[in-house]
Design a protein. Structure first.
Length: 159
């Protein structure tokens, strides 16, 4: 009975391993460069935060809760949506949030805050009762939002 040995050519050589490590390093450097200039700010996320905060305050108003006011403010590098005991914050990355009441022009949301109150029926009661409010996010691009007089938040300007 004779035993034949298989050729010992299995596995990777040191040169092959070093080349793979170098290739992975080059690809990772290129990949980091592609994403380094991108902003983390998302107008869609700001829309969702505004809609969530609005819904919470509306529900509180419908339940007869005294915290029926949504305060929106922009400080330093953050947009803040304060809905009573719930607070939502996102980084604004140089974007500016402004609002427009019916027939007016856009005004930047102050650091002290812009208050929107809701009636016991869940409708906008302030700053102007039963009036829709336009919001505009300006930065690298412009993004319009509408808070309807019934409390719905959607993209675009109010009609």
């Amino acid at each position: 009975m004779t035993i034949k040995n298989a050729p010992s050519s299995s596995g990777f050589t040191l040169v092959e391993l070093v080349m793979v490590i170098i290739l992975i390093g080059v690809l990772s450097v290129l990949g980091i460069g592609l994403f380094a200039g991108r902003s983390a700010f998302s107008p869609l996320l700001a829309t969702q935060q505004l809609a969530s905060a609005t819904l919470l305050v509306q529900q509180a108003a419908l339940a007869g809760n005294p915290s029926n006011t949504l305060t929106i403010s922009q400080t330093g590098d953050r947009l803040v949506f304060d809905a009573g005991i719930n607070q939502f914050e996102i980084t604004r990355e140089g974007a500016t949030l402004s609002y427009r009441l019916a027939g007016g022009s856009y005004t930047n949301v102050p650091a002290s805050g812009f208050n929107v109150t809701f009636s016991p029926m869940g409708r906008v009661s302030g700053p102007v009762a039963r009036e829709s409010i336009d919001f505009r996010l300006s930065g690298e691009s412009q993004f319009d939002l509408c808070l309807s007089s019934l409390g719905a938040v959607y993209t675009g300007t109010c009609q």
